[in-house]
Design a protein. Sequence first.
Length: 341
Amino acid sequence: MDSVDLSVLKSLREWQAGDLPLWLVTVVETFGSSPRPPGAMLALRGDGLAAGSVSGGCIEDDLVLRAQRGELPIDRCEVLTFGATHEEAKRFRLPCGGVIRVVIEPVRNVDWVEQVLQLIQSHRLVRRTLHFNSLQVVLADASRTDSISFDGATLTTVHGPLWRMLIIGAGQTSAYLARMAQALDYQVFVCDPREEMRHTWDVPDTTLMSEMPDDAVLALQADNSTVIIALTHDPKLDDMALLEALKSPAFYVGALGSKANNAKRRERLAMFDLTPEEIDRLHGPVGLSIGSRTPPEIAVAILAHLISVRNQPAEAASAVQSINQVQPINQTRPNNQEVCS
């Protein structure tokens, strides 16, 4: 499953064989409320074919019309601002008076596209710098702290998996979680020392690890862009991972299981060299309480909570976790937190 950025770059690569002009549109600034963040991309072809998005749809429609009418630049970059006036905001239906500024880049040499795609396939982060005057593109290795920057003369964007996810267990829920996580720009690692479980793993573009879970956490060198989720239901495996994960800088550590089992898990963890503060970092039961029961529903619940933690301030994320652990008194059917004993 491709992320949005990958689908845009792959479209540019596929379209290069034709004779129609190509453009890459990148959001560089947003003001107020906007549907897409800086760095969002749209690939455009001269006949109006488009891939990706920079807004909720109306800006795309305008850009498609400009491409079809030959109104987009073919030998220089251009900066366009949408929603700067009340009339524009109404026309493009931008919410709350939002303003979006985009860079229109004619893509005349697509060699860099193939290079970026190959580097991403190798799980490398790429920093791409576009020089406006010459249309020259320079590629370099990026770090996880790099971000989009725009100074009017150069545009720098970062491509590749900005986040990493280590899943303990190669079961069915893990497979759904891995596929969905890839669409959210996670580089996915799956650890399972059980050969019979690894043998049936079939999710492409994931790294399958056979070592014990605690060794896998240490080998990954988890940082604050890393998620670690334990899904085996086997305390001997899940707890091993958690003992190292909770001491690491990983920004999210979770474990599947019922509330009762996670309470017992916390008691077991307290017997080792973990502080109460480190144990409190555990999201268990993992995911939002949304009534999910099947493996894909549980994967959605986990990713929904990850999105909230990534996008909200720390205080709001803590509030979400507190709400998640409150069980409605009239709930009669188990949710994703309760299914597994």
